[in-house]
Design a protein around this ligand. Sequence first.
Ligand code: NAP
Length: 457
Amino acid sequence: MKKINHNSFKLISKIPLRQYSGEYRIFHFTGFGNPPKNENDTEINAKKLIIPKTLEATSGISDTLTYRDNVSGNVSKSPPALKNLTNTALLESSSIATTTSKPPVECAEKTLEKKTKKSKCLRPVPRVKLVDVPPDDCNVRKAEIPTVKLRDGHVMPMFGLGTWGAPSNQAERAVKHALKVGYRMIDCAHVYENEEAVGKAINRSIEKCIVKREELFVISKLWNTFHDPHLVMTGCRQSLCDLKLSYLNLYLIHWPMGYRAGDDLIPYDACGRVIGSRVDYIETWKAMEELVERRLTRSIGLSNFNKNQIERIWKIAKIKPVVNQVECHPYLSQKRLKAYLNKKGVVLVAYSPLGAPARPWVKKDEPKVLDDNVIKTIAFNTGRTPAQVCIRYQIQRGNPVIPKSVTPSRIESNFDVANFELSDQEMKILDKLDRKLRFVALSQLSNHPHYPFNDVF
Ligand SMILES: NC(=O)c1ccc[n+]([C@@H]2O[C@H](COP(=O)([O-])OP(=O)(O)OC[C@H]3O[C@@H](n4cnc5c(N)ncnc54)[C@H](OP(=O)(O)O)[C@@H]3O)[C@@H](O)[C@H]2O)c1
């Protein structure tokens, strides 16, 4: 595959298309991929665009591409500045559309076709080959991590590594390093588009006797385009295949909202709105239960579900959800949701525990958890970093926590939270920082019938 970055794209756009049939990687960011880090980074955010040979005789490549600003809705022929990429979608023009026999795009009716890279695990996903078996003579060092017993009897570490937003090459290095340091839980998801790299790191570490599979707790999540009950098994097998594992420890419904099924992780209509599906997550849950029966995952759970949504699941569930993974940090302590989950025996797993400072939609003037003066003062007084304070805060509240980092020194320091304790008073002070501030709100989906954050909790 040829790679081009935004600047070089401008350059080649003047050259006739015939020289450019084939596969290209073009910056394209929809909010769930990897945010651009710098101008020279051609790997990050690169999506594959396939320019078919059948188009060779037509006009210049510049005719075939259009960009849409998802915020303003403006459509333009020229590539946006790198800093504006976050909200930009790449539209394919009519000349590409003709090859797929699509009539011209009409707002609200037509959907955008994007060619996305399929993983090596082609759908339907083949049976998973067992590769997560360590050599016989492995003598693995046991890591001491506090654990919590889930309501189905399985044991989950209180601490793990997040992988959202980590480009594949960095994710692989980060997971390898984390496993060496002693992490035993990795939080993954199909939509993070790096499960193959994470799987490589896990399997390499098993082969090298750094960790045994049975010591590991691997989480993955069913993406919104797989909510149809017939697709749930496919979604799970896809992740297993990418991760090269024979089973998951925990598989979650990533969000209560379903999206239109298909290759686009986030399908948009011509007006830039996400295309939802009518599938009720109740039906999705029933198919999730089958995954446990088929031993593709040991436990199943939820993510981003509100109280009423959990109640609905509870009523029909043969296998009850063991966790609800939600955003949780000192600015969003989730006190009421936690109290409700405690009563049900469901564990609250804290995501974005550091306030997701690198979220792609971050605004300059938004408060930053790690810059909070109170947190900084507690960090200073305890001789710890603000990140360690935030992580320790969750552990002491009984919430397993999954901070993400691809930086070796941070991977190490974030892990080093076992040997200090926040006092009751410090915990109370941190509790008081709650301002119900949600950083991962997906508010553009607030009209979806299953959007979770219109309820109080
Ligand atoms: N279920 C869901 O819908 C959902 C949603 C969001 C997140 N999650 C999961 O939760 C994980 C964690 O959440 P998150 O990634 O949103 O955010 P987070 O863990 O709150 O923050 C991660 C960011 O903080 C930086 N960081 C890490 N350690 C640091 C330290 N010691 N000092 C300063 N900065 C530090 C990281 O930078 P570097 O990587 O550059 O070091 C990264 O940019 C995700 O990766 C994902 O696995 C799940």
